[in-house]
Design a protein around this ligand. Structure first.
Ligand code: PMP
Length: 398
């Protein structure tokens, strides 16, 4: 039985939904999936690093030994042994993190949404870096805040600038390690100053850290979480150290906030897949990451060097870029008159893609910036793609 010629619904979306837009990156990614395109646009980790066999064995072990538990509904806060593992891995001699402070989420992207839900009202002031992670701007936007962009330099957020504009703000969202999109890192002293400023202001400081483990040469810098666990909300992810397809991340926060986030998560999806959490725990519990992460670092460090060498060799004077010490991105600043959105259209015609930087600004986009990712493109293609881009830019400088 079926109604004949049903009248289509005239959808009346919520004001919240009306202002939703697809991420520019996801739109670009659709084009760049074409095999002929050399894409520096994606933020995807290299599939060469995915430990497929190891995870296959872990799935098998979990399903053979604890299949009934793994396939059942689970607790909202997450799988206990994995939360305990995370708490221990984040604890230092000076700062003990307990598993009660850890909430498992379906990718750290979900943590951004939950944080928005429980901390942001319409018109709440939310402080973000200039530029910032597009996915966070998107997630927070749903709760209709007023974004205030905090000035930054090559070392990230400027703590004294935070103090000037923080009055009434609900939170500060910070990316201290190999930032997406700029690849820059905050030095230790800067972290401490920022934590101190936020503590004085009573301002919740969000530390989003999916790339922290991917430091090419040096030991990762201390986390702001460990400098003040009562004021910092830490977000971690297994996406860049295992695989993003498992959609597993975590948020660490003071107990009153964790309780609220847990209630919000319960309403959102009840809990993150118990099977996934158990498999990840099985995969990492015997120290696997300590041997696996160095292989990711080496691969990315080499790819990064190939791109830096190609930029040095091919790019014209007047373009500047940073030299990241970890992570997946290089950030370029072109002469002011070049709009990278237009440049992208021309680049795609030449079969190269990148992400225009404008999409990463909450306010006042700098249109002459762009983000390059080097992790999924083979070295010879990196050189070819950079040479093509250089030619397009050089033609605009004549
Ligand atoms: N934060 C940042 C800075 C990111 O770059 C990403 C993914 N690109 C995320 C959060 C979300 O990661 P996931 O949901 O895969 O954990």
């Amino acid at each position: 039985m079926k109604i004949e010629n049903p009248k289509p619904i005239d959808w009346q979306f919520s004001t919240r939904a009306e202002q939703l837009q697809s991420s520019v990156i996801r739109e670009i990614l659709k084009v760049t999936m074409r095999p002929e395109i050399i894409s520096f646009a994606g933020g995807l980790p290299s599939p060469a690093t995915f430990p497929v066999e190891r995870m296959k064995a872990a799935f098998d072990t979990v399903l053979s030994n604890q299949g009934k538990v793994a396939l059942q509904y689970g607790p909202t806060d997450g799988y206990g042994p994995l939360r305990e593992w995370i708490a221990q891995s984040l604890s230092t001699a000076e700062c003990k993190i307990s598993m009660e402070q850890v909430l498992m989420v379906s990718g750290s992207q979900q943590a951004l949404d939950l944080i928005g839900k429980v901390l942001i009202d319409d018109h709440s002031k939310v402080l973000v870096e200039t530029p910032s992670y597009l996915g966070a701007l998107q997630a927070f936007s749903l709760y209709q805040p007023e974004f205030v962009s905090v000035p930054t330099d090559d070392n990230g957020l400027l703590p004294h600038e935070v103090a000037k504009i923080a009055d009434g703000a609900r939170l500060l969202y910070a990316l201290p390690n190999f930032q997406n999109p700029t690849g820059r890192t905050m030095p230790v002293e800067r972290r401490l100053q920022l934590v101190e400023v936020c503590e004085k202001l009573g301002l919740p400081l969000i530390e989003d850290d999916p790339y922290g483990a991917l430091s090419y040469r040096n030991e990762p810098l201390p986390k702001m979480l460990t400098m003040n666990p009562d004021g910092v909300i830490y977000m971690g992810s297994f996406s860049k150290v295992l695989t993003p397809g498992i959609r597993l991340g975590y948020v660490v926060a003071p107990i009153p906030l964790i309780r609220k986030l847990e209630q919000a998560k319960q309403a959102a999806d009840l809990h993150t897949s118990q099977l996934t959490q158990m498999v990840v725990y099985e995969t990492i519990k015997d120290g696997f990451l300590a041997e696996h992460i160095p292989s990711i670092r080496t691969l990315y460090a080499n790819q990064c060097q190939v791109m830096l060498d190609a930029l040095d060799e091919f790019f014209p004077a007047g373009v500047t870029w940073n030299r990241p010490e970890g992570g997946m991105f290089i950030w370029l600043t072109l002469p002011k008159h070049i709009d990278c959105m237009h440049l992208l259209e021309e680049a795609i015609e030449q079969h190269v893609a990148f992400v225009p930087g404008a999409s990463f600004y909450a306010n006042a986009p700098e249109k002459n910036t762009l983000r390059l990712s080097f992790v999924t493109v083979p070295p010879e293609k990196i050189r070819e793609g950079v040479a093509k881009l250089a030619k397009l830019i050089a033609a605009k400088l004549k």
